[in-house]
Design a protein around this ligand. Structure first.
Ligand code: CP
Length: 317
């Protein structure tokens, strides 16, 4: 058994072997993408509910595609179209869904801890699709898969996470997952966007961008999460770009083989210059493609799928 829990709520909860096991299965599903028929009938008769309380393009559609490619029955709903907008509690809503006999709930919510709260209430599996500034485990897994495809074993590899660390659930999932796999993680951003105490998680904190990127194998550039800022943490977008944006000049200072990731959605010409976002060093759309495979793997494993029933990938991520 690859996953010990019925739920996937954060990479803090997963052991290194679980992370690597999920990525191995995701690599097998990724191989299916290049076939003319991309779906497999292994979740036929199972029902997954996608419960999104915050806007999403990549994660929502990626989960939906993953579920469709596994032949699951899918129900999508959002706050605006549910009785949550009439004042029903999250717990009552979830318990009503469970009474309709669902097999899995995928939840995105603006409150940290919402996924864990529902996982404790519901008998079915819960997957966290991003909860507040806490964790975004499927993004962390797809980021790690993308890094391993290029770097192999991540032990001793240098990953620099740049930007709005304080408000980023992507940063937290990356930090938990990467440090468990032995990567050397540096976080970099303005002091107003880097929380104190991160050194306790085993990461190096660097406020100077050039020092943070000089020896990096990978840059993971974060979106500035303006919707989570109580007050502005930097003078202007232009100032942020000048101090912490990944521009063509910054890219010139990187190691020749270093590559650039971004979870999306991007603020072009703020945290990343458009020419870098479209340039030869970025792997952003590979991240997106790996996201579907990672979500297929999680849904398959949480549903009791047998890893041995899937053909090994030709080249393991
Ligand atoms: N990376 C990510 O979570 O993107 P969405 O907000 O579009 O899902």
């Amino acid at each position: 058994m690859i996953l010990r829990s019925k739920d996937v709520l954060g990479l803090e909860d997963l052991a290194a072997e679980e992370i690597l096991g999920v990525i191995d299965i995701a690599s097998r599903f990724r191989a299916v993408f290049d076939r003319p028929v991309r779906s497999v009938p292994i979740m036929r008769g199972r029902t997954v509910v996608n419960f999104f309380h915050e806007p999403s393009t990549r994660t929502r559609i990626s989960f939906e595609l993953a579920e469709k490619r596994l032949s699951a029955d899918i129900v999508n709903f959002s706050t605006a179209t549910s009785s949550l907008s009439k004042g029903e509690t999250l717990r009552d809503t979830a318990e009503n869904l469970a009474a309709m006999k669902i097999d899995m709930l995928v939840i995105r919510h603006s409150s940290s801890g919402a996924a864990r709260y529902l996982a404790n209430v519901l008998a079915c599996s819960v997957i966290n699709a991003g909860d507040g500034a806490h964790e975004h485990p499927t993004q962390g897994l797809l980021d790690i898969m993308t890094m391993r495809q290029r770097l192999g074993d991540l032990r001793g590899r240098k990953v620099t996470i740049i930007g709005d660390i304080t408000h980023s659930r992507v940063a937290r999932s990356n930090i938990w997952g990467l440090t468990k796999l032995g990567a050397e993680v540096t976080v970099c951003g303005p002091p107003t966007m880097v929380p104190s105490g991160l050194d306790k998680l085993g990461v190096r904190v660097e406020y100077d961008l050039m020092r943070a990127v000089a020896d990096a194998d990978v840059l993971n550039v974060l979106r500035i999460q303006l919707e989570r800022h109580a007050s502005r943490s930097f003078p202007s977008n232009r100032e942020y770009h000048r101090m912490y944006g990944i521009s063509a000049d910054v890219v010139k200072k990187l190691k020749p083989e270093a590559f650039i990731m971004h979870p999306g959605p991007m603020n072009r010409d703020v945290e990343i210059a458009s020419e870098v976002a479209d340039g030869p060093r970025q792997v952003i759309l590979d991240q997106v493609a790996n996201g579907v495979a990672v979500r297929m793997a999680l849904i398959y494993l949480l549903s009791g799928g047998d890893p041995g029933a899937l053909a090994p990938a030709a080249a393991q991520a």
